[in-house]
Write a protein that binds this ligand. Structure first.
Ligand SMILES: Cc1cc2nc3c(=O)[nH]c(=O)nc-3n(C[C@H](O)[C@H](O)[C@H](O)COP(=O)(O)OP(=O)(O)OC[C@H]3O[C@@H](n4cnc5c(N)ncnc54)[C@H](O)[C@@H]3O)c2cc1C
Length: 459
């Protein structure tokens, strides 16, 4: 396993529990043995650049973990990770929950859990720097990996779980393999996040997905986390002239105070972190196949290394865990027919995860246009496209219709695709009826307006 982030660690666990011997090579060192606060604040994990940004594990992510390793979920909860109902508007999914935690608290617990597991060797502080490839057959076969320490790991299957910065194209080039096929969309979002601890005697407001409120020129998120902590996040355009000014705590908080969604959170919290920022957000799909079939056998990519999306809807870890679970389910067949395995794995990825990538790419085109107009103080109305209006109406209808609420919650938490939800005749009829009742797509005026934001950012 080249990379021991969320997907690589979980994939190793799921494989090991099916009897496979797994070596995890992780560039960063292990988490400290201390408190959850130590995990969040003292664990140096530069390989995951989003480590200090808000994270929620959607219902589907928890479902995979419960099905594969319920003892891991118990251990996360014992560490202070919160389980909350999967609810959207008027609908609640019976039997499902999501997990709320500071990213590094949950990942550190997973890391320690995996390190104790039989059949898994974790090489932390080392890195994969290249591939061993046998070109004796018509299709090159990857047989292992070279490490920075000078060691070599032989493997029936090399799994790239190196995340969004995976160096797989360089490894392929160095081994004389054709480059992987890539699709990329730069998202142009700038994230600012700060963590807070709950004041004594206060109660956290309810966390729901979507956890965000889109203003014309920004998106604001509030998400509960482990051990009575929570995060507040603002997303701006990378072209917003105020993006750096908002790193100043007084301005960040003055802005969140002015937004109705975040104000109650701010009231109950005490800052426990700096404001951390992140840019270079993109949607990227990397396929290890071309029109002629797989580029090589003996290697697959999972999680962010294979495809990652703008994180606004919090799908990344769910997708990575679904990918890891599928890998564990089929890995027995990797040795018998390496070429067939590589092709089938790519096909499953496209069929089951590609849909979320495609949906995000389409949504981001609109979101970016909204922010670009918002920076100029203009409002971009919802386009007059029936499918876009139907989807927007579904979320509005979900706030008052339990059947639609449950259906949209299933979609938001990756239990059902948009086609499955909107193709359900009962759900579609209820949304259509809601639209016929004269729904208004005008968004309420921003609080604060762009002019008010300008004033806060330049104060
Ligand atoms: C701002 C932001 C917010 C997000 N919020 C959410 C959210 O709320 N919910 C959600 O589900 N997802 C969220 N995501 C997405 C989520 O962070 C990713 O989908 C998830 O981390 C993917 O896990 P991964 O293991 O595939 O990759 P990563 O977490 O990136 O892990 C990759 C690991 O591989 C290691 N590595 C890389 N190269 C090598 C090498 N050559 N050798 C050895 N090790 C290597 C790295 O050190 C790292 O530990 C968010 C993402 C961003 C950017």
């Amino acid at each position: 396993m080249a990379g021991g982030g969320f997907t690589g660690l979980a994939g190793a666990l799921f494989l090991a529990r099916r009897g496979h011997e797994v070596t995890v090579v992780e560039r960063d060192g292990p988490p400290p043995n201390g408190t959850p606060a130590d995990d969040a604040e003292r664990w140096s994990h530069p390989g995951v650049s989003q480590a200090h940004q808000s994270h929620a594990l959607l219902g589907r992510a928890r479902r995979v973990l419960v099905d594969e390793a319920p003892d891991l979920v118990a251990s996360l909860v014992a560490r202070g990770v919160r389980q909350v109902p999967v609810a959207l508007g008027a609908g609640t999914l019976t039997g499902e929950q999501m997990l709320l935690s500071r990213r590094l608290v949950a990942e550190a617990e997973l890391s320690r859990f995996v390190a104790r597991e039989p059949n898994i060797t974790v090489l932390a502080g080392d890195a994969v720097i290249g591939l061993r490839v046998s070109a004796r057959r018509s299709l090159p076969v990857v047989t292992g990996a070279d490490l920075r320490s000078g060691a070599t790991v032989d493997a029936d299957l090399v799994v790239d779980a190196g995340g969004r910065r995976s160096a797989l194209p360089e490894w392929f080039a160095a081994a004389g393999l054709r480059p992987p096929a890539e699709e990329q969309q730069h998202c142009g979002f700038f994230y600012l996040t700060r963590y807070y601890g709950l004041k004594p005697g206060c109660v956290l407001p309810v966390s729901k997905i979507p956890a965000s409120v889109p203003l014309d020129y920004a998106t604001v998120f509030a998400l509960g986390a482990d051990n009575d902590t929570f995060s507040l996040t603002v997303t701006l355009s990378v072209d917003d002239p105020h993006r750096r000014a908002l790193r100043e705590p007084a301005r960040f908080e003055a802005f969140l105070q002015a937004v109705a969604h975040s104000e109650p959170w701010l009231r109950v919290g005490v800052p426990i972190s700096e404001i951390t920022t992140m840019s270079r957000i993109e949607n990227r799909r990397r396929r290890l196949t071309s029109d002629d079939g797989p580029i090589a056998a003996g290697i697959v990519a999972i999680g962010d290394a294979a495809l990652h999306t703008n994180p606004t809807l919090g799908r990344g870890i769910s997708m990575g865990l679904m990918h890891a679970q599928h890998l564990a389910e089929v890995a027995d067949g990797a040795g018998d027919d390496p070429a067939g395995f590589a092709a089938a794995f790519a096909e499953w990825t496209d069929g089951n995860l590609g849909i979320w990538f495609d949906t995000q790419v389409a949504a981001d085109a609109t979101a970016l246009a909204r922010l670009a107009a918002g920076v100029l103080g203009r409002r971009l109305e919802l386009p007059d496209v029936p499918s876009a209006r139907f989807a927007a109406a579904a979320f509005m209808c979900a706030s008052q219709d339990e059947v639609v609420g449950v259906a949209v919650a299933r979609m938001a938490h990756l239990f059902a695709t948009p086609a499955e939800v909107f193709g359900d005749p009962v759900v579609a009829a209820r949304i259509s009826g809601f639209m016929d009742s004269g729904v208004s797509f005008d968004r309420p005026p921003d609080v604060p307006s762009r002019q008010a934001f300008d004033a806060i950012a330049t104060a």
